[in-house]
Design a protein around this ligand. Structure first.
Ligand code: SF4
Length: 368
């Protein structure tokens, strides 16, 4: 299994918490369209013998692009790559780009999954996050996507936001009972260096949500999502009717993917690449950092990615891949961690809800 990722690095305005690579300068947009096609030409050889089964347009804001752009890119992709079956083809859209004619055309040209950046159904929270849409926009975008023929609709929610009350968060998730949403990605607000939000927090304008409140909201998320029929399959991801994101699941399974666009990552033949996140540079030349994974990198990645999943880390497979000595080392380190954070039975190591909430800390303790 292999995936293609296309990074559309434009946003109308930068949100105050966002550290994804994107620029709020649409002046580069037309030149970018041609460069992306050129990059596909230059890099397609990396996937010459791979079968693609997912395509994902992320950003930035892919929904700022026009239909002709997507038609051209998909046509190019179908021409240049090999496919096993019909691939999962996802597009991220912002709720303000929700015109039915646009969504219908996306469906017609082959998109079969839509991921809507709702972030919250509480207008005060959206304002706090400096988003450009309202809760009403989000509801309409979901409705329009469904009426345009999308049956696989994902939304994003953010919790751990200063001012978001536990009850309000619970009500947001309960809304899903009456919406045609099949997938939920919910993230704790993380304050990243260099963002406007981190500056405001440093200046004392806001304080971050404390760990206890954050964990209470995480428990609310799991319980309420479950009540609404969504099954958790990863720390932040929940699916109805088994409609998990095949594209993201492939990352957690360390499967290969080829990314295009400034800031896009790739993982091919044991090498991780990052295309320099700089649109000006991208328009002149394609530049990639590249990192060949060592055995230690592979072990650490496996621990990190598998423990993010509800399925957990299969110790039999781990032993087959990395040897008995490495499994013994992992088990020894695991014993140093409080039992409330993990469960080890039937050959699988899984994090508990408490462990998932502080997964970065636990996982780093298990690294080689
Ligand atoms: S719309 Fe998305 S990618 Fe763009 S700035 Fe906001 S959070 Fe970041």
């Amino acid at each position: 299994m292999a995936g293609l990722y296309l990074h559309i690095p434009f946003c109308k305005r930068k949100c105050n918490y966002c550290d994804f690579y994107s620029v709020a300068n649409l002046g580069y947009l037309n030149n970018f369209k041609n460069r992306l096609l050129q990059e596909i030409n230059e890099r397609k050889y990396l996937f010459s013998n791979k079968k693609v089964n997912t395509i994902y347009f992320g950003g930035g804001t892919p929904s700022l692009m026009d239909i002709e752009f997507f038609e051209k890119i998909l046509e190019k992709i179908y021409f240049e790559f090999h496919f096993d079956n019909a691939p999962e083809i996802t597009i991220e859209i912002n709720p303000e780009n929700r015109e039915k004619s646009f969504l219908r055309k996306l469906k017609e040209i082959g998109f079969n999954r839509i991921s809507i950046g709702t972030q919250s159904f509480v207008d005060e929270v959206l304002k706090f996050l400096s988003r450009q849409h309202t809760a009403k926009d989000s509801l309409l975008s979901i409705e329009n996507a469904f009426e345009s023929g999308f049956e696989n609709i994902s939304i994003d929610l953010i919790y751990g936001v200063p001012g978001l009350l536990k009850n309000d968060f619970e009500k947001e998730i309960l809304l899903l009972q009456n919406l045609p949403v099949t997938h939920l990605s919910a993230y704790h607000l993380s304050v990243e260096k260099g963002t406007l939000l981190s500056l405001k927090i440093r200046k004392g304008v806001f304080s971050e949500v404390d760990e206890k409140t954050g964990f209470e909201q995480y428990k609310t998320l799991i319980k309420t999502a479950n009540f609404c029929g969504f099954k958790q399959y990863e720390i932040s991801n929940f699916a109805k009717n088994e409609l998990i994101s095949k594209h993201n699941s492939a990352y957690w399974n360390r499967e290969e993917f080829l990314g295009f666009g400034p800031g896009a990552n790739s993982f091919v033949d044991n090498i991780r690449y990052i295309c320099t996140p700089d649109i000006k540079k991208y328009l002149l030349e394609f530049e990639y950092s590249q990192d060949i994974l060592t055995e230690i990198d592979k072990i650490n990645e496996t621990i990190m990615l598998k423990l993010r999943t509800v399925e957990g880390l299969d110790t039999l497979k781990f032993k087959e891949e990395f040897g008995e000595k490495e499994l013994k080392r992992l088990e020894k380190e695991l014993k140093k961690i409080k039992p409330e954070f993990y469960v080890y039975n039937s050959g699988f190591i899984r994090l508990t809800d408490k462990g998932m909430f502080v997964s970065d800390y636990i996982i780093s303790r298990l690294f080689v």
